[in-house]
Structures are given as structure tokens and as C-alpha cells.
Design a protein around this ligand. Sequence first.
Ligand code: ATP
Length: 280
Amino acid sequence: MYLLIVLYKSGNNHREPVVSFRRAFYCPAMTGMTDVVPTGVDGLDEILNGGIVDNATVLVSGNPGTGKSILGMQYLYTGVTEYDEPGIYISFEENADDIRTAAESIGFDRFGELVDEGEIKIYDKRDMLSDGDFTATMDRLLEDFSAEEYDRLVLDSLTMFQLFFDDEREKRTYLLKFSDILKQYGLTSLLINEQGAVFPDTEIGLENFLTDGNIYVIQTPTDSGVNRYVWVAKMRKQDIDTDIFPMEISDGGLIVHDKASGFSMMGGDGGTGASGGPSF
Ligand SMILES: Nc1ncnc2c1ncn2[C@@H]1O[C@H](COP(=O)(O)OP(=O)(O)OP(=O)(O)O)[C@@H](O)[C@H]1O
């Protein structure tokens, strides 16, 4: 309840949406296209017709170990290194050192340096949970949003965030307001969602309806490991490809393959070492 009051209060004090320096040169009005924020994941941006719709709030759902956090880190890392767009990483589950180590171990070599330079701001579990005063924490966070210009945000995870709300009605009101505030601050956001059901038994929660986009990262066990996939099920205001595409995690992060690439969704390893797969 207190958090809701803070959010309503802070929502009136918003700054104008930020258009980054690099993207300012790209004028959708002139091209008739929607302004987009590239995720930095090869293949995914093609599926998304260029990237996530600017200012959207997108849910990234998946089972444990499917690559949700890596997607979030890649989104922020390439945001700074390729698009000059600073970002915020909010984690309820890890401390800042672990996040830096995880990012660097997957090949985002300058992640820690960018955190030190303030290009990527981390709020870790100690920042979010330690003093037990969630309202004060949110106040501090919103103050930072006003003082600094950030373009991208990753919340890891929305599942933990929602535990602060007792009932569905409160959760719904809060989610809508929170999403509005992210937009008012000019942020294009990924909200990570820990998915309980194993694909294809996709869980559909309130958060799926209340967000602008839904991206699923999926893994299915094989004899020699897992096959990975990505599915963009929804992106408001954008013409997307809603097929399921094969995906890989390797040094350098996520890569999404074309269905014709030989990385077969229906079985066979396509030279990747993976075999078998779901029958979609
Ligand atoms: N360098 C690498 N090369 C290949 N795969 C890797 C590499 N680093 C991590 N992975 C894979 O990425 C997975 C973890 O991804 P990530 O932490 O993003 O998952 P997650 O969906 O956020 O999981 P959780 O919900 O449990 O936090 C690991 O299980 C591992 O299989």
C-alpha cells in the first residue's frame, strides 16, 4: 500500500522521455516505422523487426537456466557499447559482484568497467531488501531515475517483486502504475519472469496481459544437453514473427538462429551437438 502511494506521488514528477543520441538520428516519423530499441541479440532483433518498441515494458519468461538473466545483461551491455544508452539492472536475488562476474564470464568483458563508470547502474539484493523498508528503497530508486538519464531497465525478477503484494487486485494496480512510471521516465524495460510451467504448458499470468510484449526463452532436454529456443508471443505496435526460433548460449551471449540454419527445432543436432527436440 505504501509503495502505491509513493508510485502515484512520484509519477507526477516525471521527466520527458529520453531519446538517445544515437537513436535520435533515426526518425521513425520519416520512415513510417515504429521506433525500436535493439536488444543486441543477433537474430532476435530480426524477429522483432528491429528491436523492442521504444518505451515498451516487455516480459521475459522462462524456466531456470534458460538464459533470462543473460538476455537482460546483454540488453544493457550492448545498449551502452553499441547504442550509447545507459541502463539499470535491478536484482532481488544476487549481489553486484556476482552480477558483474556472471556478465564477464559470458563475454561481456567491460561490464564491470561500465558499472564503475555509471553507464550501468546496479541495484542488487542488498540495495533492494536489506533495510526492510521497501518504500524508502523505491523512493531512492525513483530519485535516481529523475537525476540520471537512463534508457534501458532490467528487473530481475518481477516474480520476486510481486511478492510484496498481498492480492491480485493490488498486484494489478501496482503493475500498471509501475509500467506507466517506467515509460514516463523514458525507459524501455525487460521484466524477467520466473516461469513455473514447462513449455509447452505456458503459464499465462496477469503480467502477460499487462505488459506490452512477451518473450519466452525455452529449453528442452536432449540426450546430450538441451535445445534452446526463443518465442516472441506478443509485441504491441510491432509486426513480429511469432514462430519459435532456435537459440544458442555461448561466449558472447545469446544468438538466435534462422529456422533454416540447420540448428533443427524438430530434432537433429545441426552440427551443434544438440539432438532431439519438442514437437511444436
Ligand atoms: N559461457 C557459456 N556458454 C554456454 N552456456 C552458458 C555460458 N554461460 C552460461 N551458460 C548457460 O546459461 C545458463 C544460465 O543462464 P541464465 O543465468 O541467464 O538463466 P536464467 O534463466 O536467468 O536462470 P534463473 O532463472 O535460474 O536465474 C546456464 O544454465 C548455462 O547453461
